[in-house]
Write a protein that binds this ligand. Structure first.
Ligand code: F1P
Length: 313
Protein backbone atom coordinates (compact mmCIF):
# COMPACT_ATOMS: atom_id res chain seq x y z
CA UNK A 1 0.00 0.00 0.00
CA UNK A 2 1.51 3.38 -0.93
CA UNK A 3 1.73 6.22 1.59
CA UNK A 4 -1.22 8.14 0.12
CA UNK A 5 -3.59 5.21 0.58
CA UNK A 6 -2.13 4.48 4.02
CA UNK A 7 -2.81 8.04 5.18
CA UNK A 8 -6.35 8.00 3.76
CA UNK A 9 -7.08 4.81 5.67
CA UNK A 10 -5.38 5.87 8.91
CA UNK A 11 -6.76 9.41 9.02
CA UNK A 12 -9.42 8.78 11.66
CA UNK A 13 -6.81 8.75 14.42
CA UNK A 14 -6.47 12.51 13.87
CA UNK A 15 -10.16 13.42 13.64
CA UNK A 16 -10.76 13.81 17.37
CA UNK A 17 -8.20 16.61 17.49
CA UNK A 18 -10.12 18.69 14.96
CA UNK A 19 -13.47 17.74 16.48
CA UNK A 20 -12.41 19.04 19.91
CA UNK A 21 -9.91 21.84 19.14
CA UNK A 22 -10.90 25.08 20.87
CA UNK A 23 -12.30 27.50 18.30
CA UNK A 24 -12.93 31.23 18.45
CA UNK A 25 -16.44 32.61 18.52
CA UNK A 26 -17.47 34.21 15.22
CA UNK A 27 -19.31 37.47 15.77
CA UNK A 28 -19.25 39.08 12.30
CA UNK A 29 -22.38 39.25 10.20
CA UNK A 30 -20.55 38.25 6.99
CA UNK A 31 -17.92 35.58 6.44
CA UNK A 32 -15.67 35.14 3.39
CA UNK A 33 -13.95 31.75 3.19
CA UNK A 34 -10.87 31.58 0.95
CA UNK A 35 -8.53 28.83 -0.21
CA UNK A 36 -6.98 27.24 -3.30
CA UNK A 37 -7.63 23.82 -4.83
CA UNK A 38 -8.97 21.40 -2.25
CA UNK A 39 -9.01 24.17 0.33
CA UNK A 40 -11.30 26.26 -1.91
CA UNK A 41 -13.73 23.37 -2.28
CA UNK A 42 -13.78 22.94 1.49
CA UNK A 43 -14.53 26.67 1.65
CA UNK A 44 -17.61 26.07 -0.52
CA UNK A 45 -19.04 23.54 1.95
CA UNK A 46 -18.10 25.67 4.97
CA UNK A 47 -19.69 28.81 3.48
CA UNK A 48 -22.87 26.82 2.80
CA UNK A 49 -22.91 25.77 6.46
CA UNK A 50 -22.49 29.40 7.63
CA UNK A 51 -25.42 30.48 5.46
CA UNK A 52 -27.62 27.69 6.74
CA UNK A 53 -26.71 28.83 10.25
CA UNK A 54 -28.03 32.32 9.55
CA UNK A 55 -24.87 34.19 8.58
CA UNK A 56 -24.05 35.66 5.18
CA UNK A 57 -21.11 33.76 3.69
CA UNK A 58 -19.31 33.33 0.38
CA UNK A 59 -16.47 31.05 -0.72
CA UNK A 60 -13.87 32.77 -2.92
CA UNK A 61 -10.65 31.36 -4.45
CA UNK A 62 -7.65 32.92 -2.69
CA UNK A 63 -6.28 34.52 -5.86
CA UNK A 64 -9.60 36.14 -6.66
CA UNK A 65 -10.14 37.60 -3.20
CA UNK A 66 -6.58 38.97 -3.11
CA UNK A 67 -6.94 40.66 -6.50
CA UNK A 68 -10.56 41.76 -6.78
CA UNK A 69 -12.46 41.49 -3.51
CA UNK A 70 -14.87 44.17 -4.74
CA UNK A 71 -16.00 41.87 -7.53
CA UNK A 72 -17.16 39.35 -4.96
CA UNK A 73 -18.41 41.53 -2.11
CA UNK A 74 -19.23 45.24 -2.40
CA UNK A 75 -20.21 45.81 1.23
CA UNK A 76 -17.34 44.53 3.35
CA UNK A 77 -18.51 45.98 6.66
CA UNK A 78 -18.59 43.61 9.63
CA UNK A 79 -16.84 40.92 7.54
CA UNK A 80 -14.46 38.19 8.70
CA UNK A 81 -12.10 36.51 6.23
CA UNK A 82 -11.23 32.88 6.96
CA UNK A 83 -8.26 31.41 5.06
CA UNK A 84 -7.76 27.66 4.71
CA UNK A 85 -4.38 26.24 3.73
CA UNK A 86 -2.93 22.87 4.68
CA UNK A 87 0.62 24.07 4.00
CA UNK A 88 -0.02 27.62 5.13
CA UNK A 89 2.26 28.84 2.37
CA UNK A 90 0.15 28.77 -0.80
CA UNK A 91 0.88 32.18 -2.30
CA UNK A 92 -2.64 33.23 -3.28
CA UNK A 93 -4.25 32.24 0.02
CA UNK A 94 -1.56 34.06 1.99
CA UNK A 95 -2.09 37.05 -0.32
CA UNK A 96 -5.83 36.90 0.38
CA UNK A 97 -5.20 37.14 4.13
CA UNK A 98 -2.65 39.93 3.68
CA UNK A 99 -4.97 41.89 1.36
CA UNK A 100 -7.82 41.49 3.84
CA UNK A 101 -5.70 42.84 6.68
CA UNK A 102 -4.56 45.72 4.49
CA UNK A 103 -8.24 46.48 3.85
CA UNK A 104 -8.90 46.52 7.60
CA UNK A 105 -10.82 43.22 7.71
CA UNK A 106 -10.41 40.79 10.62
CA UNK A 107 -8.83 37.48 9.59
CA UNK A 108 -8.68 33.91 10.82
CA UNK A 109 -6.41 31.21 9.38
CA UNK A 110 -6.70 27.43 9.56
CA UNK A 111 -3.64 25.35 8.68
CA UNK A 112 -2.10 21.95 9.34
CA UNK A 113 1.46 23.32 9.40
CA UNK A 114 2.51 24.66 12.78
CA UNK A 115 3.80 28.24 12.67
CA UNK A 116 3.14 28.52 8.92
CA UNK A 117 3.08 31.84 7.08
CA UNK A 118 -0.70 32.06 6.99
CA UNK A 119 -1.02 31.35 10.72
CA UNK A 120 1.38 34.20 11.40
CA UNK A 121 -0.26 36.54 8.91
CA UNK A 122 -3.79 36.26 10.29
CA UNK A 123 -5.22 37.94 13.42
CA UNK A 124 -6.29 34.59 14.79
CA UNK A 125 -4.95 31.13 13.99
CA UNK A 126 -6.11 27.54 14.28
CA UNK A 127 -3.44 24.87 13.90
CA UNK A 128 -4.66 21.33 13.29
CA UNK A 129 -1.94 18.69 13.83
CA UNK A 130 -2.05 15.85 11.36
CA UNK A 131 -0.22 12.92 9.75
CA UNK A 132 3.39 13.88 9.03
CA UNK A 133 3.55 11.50 6.05
CA UNK A 134 0.58 12.91 4.17
CA UNK A 135 2.56 13.66 1.00
CA UNK A 136 1.32 15.63 -1.99
CA UNK A 137 -2.31 14.58 -2.34
CA UNK A 138 -4.37 16.19 0.41
CA UNK A 139 -6.55 13.77 2.36
CA UNK A 140 -6.50 13.84 6.17
CA UNK A 141 -5.73 17.58 6.27
CA UNK A 142 -8.77 18.26 4.10
CA UNK A 143 -10.97 16.28 6.47
CA UNK A 144 -9.59 18.11 9.51
CA UNK A 145 -9.99 21.60 8.00
CA UNK A 146 -13.55 20.74 6.97
CA UNK A 147 -14.37 19.48 10.47
CA UNK A 148 -12.99 22.66 12.07
CA UNK A 149 -14.65 24.93 9.47
CA UNK A 150 -18.05 23.33 9.93
CA UNK A 151 -17.71 23.64 13.70
CA UNK A 152 -16.95 27.35 13.30
CA UNK A 153 -20.21 27.58 11.36
CA UNK A 154 -22.07 25.91 14.22
CA UNK A 155 -22.44 22.48 12.60
CA UNK A 156 -21.61 19.25 14.41
CA UNK A 157 -19.64 17.30 11.79
CA UNK A 158 -20.19 13.61 11.06
CA UNK A 159 -18.24 11.31 13.36
CA UNK A 160 -15.17 9.30 12.38
CA UNK A 161 -17.03 6.00 12.73
CA UNK A 162 -19.69 7.20 10.28
CA UNK A 163 -17.12 8.31 7.71
CA UNK A 164 -15.19 5.06 8.19
CA UNK A 165 -18.39 3.11 7.45
CA UNK A 166 -18.98 5.11 4.24
CA UNK A 167 -15.37 4.45 3.23
CA UNK A 168 -15.75 0.72 3.94
CA UNK A 169 -18.85 0.68 1.74
CA UNK A 170 -16.86 1.66 -1.38
CA UNK A 171 -14.24 -1.08 -0.87
CA UNK A 172 -16.15 -3.27 -3.30
CA UNK A 173 -16.57 -0.59 -5.98
CA UNK A 174 -13.74 -1.80 -8.25
CA UNK A 175 -16.06 -3.54 -10.72
CA UNK A 176 -18.00 -0.29 -11.19
CA UNK A 177 -14.82 1.78 -11.62
CA UNK A 178 -12.91 -0.55 -13.95
CA UNK A 179 -12.57 0.76 -17.51
CA UNK A 180 -14.34 4.05 -16.84
CA UNK A 181 -12.88 7.15 -18.46
CA UNK A 182 -15.42 9.83 -17.52
CA UNK A 183 -16.33 10.64 -13.94
CA UNK A 184 -19.14 12.90 -12.79
CA UNK A 185 -19.67 14.18 -9.24
CA UNK A 186 -23.04 15.64 -8.35
CA UNK A 187 -23.99 17.43 -5.15
CA UNK A 188 -26.30 20.23 -4.02
CA UNK A 189 -25.82 22.88 -1.33
CA UNK A 190 -22.98 21.98 1.02
CA UNK A 191 -22.50 18.78 -1.00
CA UNK A 192 -21.51 20.80 -4.05
CA UNK A 193 -18.12 21.56 -2.44
CA UNK A 194 -17.76 17.85 -1.64
CA UNK A 195 -18.60 17.00 -5.28
CA UNK A 196 -15.93 19.41 -6.52
CA UNK A 197 -13.41 17.97 -4.10
CA UNK A 198 -14.26 14.38 -5.08
CA UNK A 199 -13.73 15.30 -8.73
CA UNK A 200 -10.45 17.11 -8.02
CA UNK A 201 -9.13 14.21 -5.93
CA UNK A 202 -9.87 11.76 -8.72
CA UNK A 203 -8.26 14.02 -11.32
CA UNK A 204 -5.10 14.48 -9.24
CA UNK A 205 -4.75 10.84 -8.24
CA UNK A 206 -5.81 8.98 -11.35
CA UNK A 207 -5.21 11.52 -14.17
CA UNK A 208 -8.82 11.11 -15.24
CA UNK A 209 -11.30 13.64 -16.53
CA UNK A 210 -13.99 14.55 -14.04
CA UNK A 211 -16.83 17.02 -13.88
CA UNK A 212 -18.75 18.35 -10.89
CA UNK A 213 -22.22 19.87 -11.09
CA UNK A 214 -25.29 20.56 -9.01
CA UNK A 215 -27.48 17.49 -9.63
CA UNK A 216 -30.35 19.11 -11.52
CA UNK A 217 -27.91 21.23 -13.55
CA UNK A 218 -26.42 18.10 -15.04
CA UNK A 219 -29.44 17.59 -17.27
CA UNK A 220 -28.97 21.03 -18.84
CA UNK A 221 -26.31 20.04 -21.34
CA UNK A 222 -23.52 18.06 -19.66
CA UNK A 223 -25.60 14.89 -19.75
CA UNK A 224 -24.72 14.68 -23.45
CA UNK A 225 -21.34 13.23 -22.41
CA UNK A 226 -22.84 10.22 -20.61
CA UNK A 227 -22.24 6.77 -22.06
CA UNK A 228 -21.13 3.30 -20.92
CA UNK A 229 -17.73 4.73 -20.01
CA UNK A 230 -19.23 7.09 -17.41
CA UNK A 231 -19.27 6.68 -13.65
CA UNK A 232 -21.50 9.07 -11.72
CA UNK A 233 -21.03 9.73 -8.00
CA UNK A 234 -24.24 11.19 -6.59
CA UNK A 235 -23.89 12.89 -3.22
CA UNK A 236 -27.54 13.02 -2.23
CA UNK A 237 -28.98 15.77 -0.05
CA UNK A 238 -31.63 14.34 2.27
CA UNK A 239 -34.26 16.98 1.47
CA UNK A 240 -33.97 16.72 -2.34
CA UNK A 241 -33.04 13.04 -2.66
CA UNK A 242 -36.18 12.11 -4.58
CA UNK A 243 -35.47 14.53 -7.44
CA UNK A 244 -31.80 13.58 -7.42
CA UNK A 245 -32.79 9.92 -7.79
CA UNK A 246 -34.51 10.90 -11.04
CA UNK A 247 -31.22 12.28 -12.37
CA UNK A 248 -29.60 8.99 -11.37
CA UNK A 249 -32.28 7.03 -13.22
CA UNK A 250 -31.66 9.25 -16.25
CA UNK A 251 -27.91 8.70 -16.40
CA UNK A 252 -28.28 4.98 -15.74
CA UNK A 253 -30.70 4.73 -18.66
CA UNK A 254 -27.97 6.30 -20.81
CA UNK A 255 -25.38 3.71 -19.80
CA UNK A 256 -23.63 5.20 -16.75
CA UNK A 257 -22.93 3.31 -13.56
CA UNK A 258 -23.75 5.17 -10.33
CA UNK A 259 -22.40 5.21 -6.80
CA UNK A 260 -25.10 6.83 -4.66
CA UNK A 261 -24.12 8.24 -1.27
CA UNK A 262 -27.32 8.54 0.76
CA UNK A 263 -29.61 7.24 -2.00
CA UNK A 264 -30.02 4.81 -4.88
CA UNK A 265 -27.30 3.74 -7.31
CA UNK A 266 -25.63 0.59 -8.66
CA UNK A 267 -23.81 0.82 -5.34
CA UNK A 268 -25.76 2.58 -2.59
CA UNK A 269 -23.87 3.89 0.45
CA UNK A 270 -26.00 4.53 3.53
CA UNK A 271 -25.23 7.79 5.35
CA UNK A 272 -25.94 8.65 8.97
CA UNK A 273 -25.82 12.45 8.78
CA UNK A 274 -27.78 15.19 7.06
CA UNK A 275 -26.99 18.74 5.96
CA UNK A 276 -23.41 20.07 5.79
CA UNK A 277 -22.23 17.39 8.29
CA UNK A 278 -22.64 14.96 5.41
CA UNK A 279 -19.75 16.58 3.51
CA UNK A 280 -17.39 15.25 6.19
CA UNK A 281 -19.01 11.83 6.18
CA UNK A 282 -18.35 11.27 2.45
CA UNK A 283 -14.88 12.85 2.16
CA UNK A 284 -12.68 9.82 3.06
CA UNK A 285 -14.75 7.59 0.75
CA UNK A 286 -14.23 10.07 -2.11
CA UNK A 287 -10.50 10.09 -1.39
CA UNK A 288 -10.44 6.29 -1.53
CA UNK A 289 -12.30 6.27 -4.85
CA UNK A 290 -9.51 8.41 -6.33
CA UNK A 291 -6.95 5.92 -5.03
CA UNK A 292 -8.92 2.97 -6.41
CA UNK A 293 -9.13 4.40 -9.92
CA UNK A 294 -5.40 5.18 -9.79
CA UNK A 295 -4.64 1.60 -8.73
CA UNK A 296 -6.79 0.21 -11.55
CA UNK A 297 -4.79 2.37 -13.96
CA UNK A 298 -1.47 1.31 -12.41
CA UNK A 299 -0.63 4.81 -11.16
CA UNK A 300 1.33 5.64 -8.01
CA UNK A 301 -0.53 8.38 -6.15
CA UNK A 302 2.45 9.15 -3.94
CA UNK A 303 3.96 10.80 -7.02
CA UNK A 304 1.03 12.49 -8.78
CA UNK A 305 1.84 13.88 -12.21
CA UNK A 306 2.66 17.62 -12.43
CA UNK A 307 1.73 18.27 -8.78
CA UNK A 308 3.69 19.68 -5.89
CA UNK A 309 2.67 19.92 -2.25
CA UNK A 310 2.76 23.69 -2.31
CA UNK A 311 2.02 25.95 -5.23
CA UNK A 312 3.78 29.30 -5.06
CA UNK A 313 3.79 32.22 -7.46
C1 F1P B 1 -3.75 23.89 -1.85
C2 F1P B 1 -3.44 23.01 -3.06
C3 F1P B 1 -4.01 21.61 -2.94
C4 F1P B 1 -3.60 20.73 -4.09
C5 F1P B 1 -2.09 20.72 -4.31
C6 F1P B 1 -1.55 22.12 -4.33
O1 F1P B 1 -2.88 23.67 -0.82
O2 F1P B 1 -3.99 23.62 -4.19
O3 F1P B 1 -5.40 21.62 -2.88
O4 F1P B 1 -4.03 19.42 -3.87
O5 F1P B 1 -1.48 19.97 -3.30
O6 F1P B 1 -2.04 22.91 -3.22
P1 F1P B 1 -2.96 24.38 0.59
O7 F1P B 1 -3.03 25.87 0.39
O8 F1P B 1 -4.16 23.88 1.30
O9 F1P B 1 -1.67 23.98 1.24
Amino acid sequence: MNVTEKVIREQFAFWQGAASAPLPQITQRTVVVVGCGTSFYLAQSIAAAFNEGGRRAIPVPGAEWARRMGTYLADRSDTLVIGLSRSGTTTETVQAIEASRAAGLPTLAISCEEGSTILQAADRAIYLPTHKEEGIVMSVSASLMLIAGLRLAGVTPARAAEAAAAMAAVEGADDLLRGKGHFVYLGAGAMYGAANEGGLKLMEMSISLSQAFHPLEYRHGPISLIDEGSLVVMLYSAETAEEEAKVVADVRAKGAKVIGFGGPGDLSVALASKGPARAVEVLPALQLLGEKVALLKGLDTSQPRHLTKVVTL
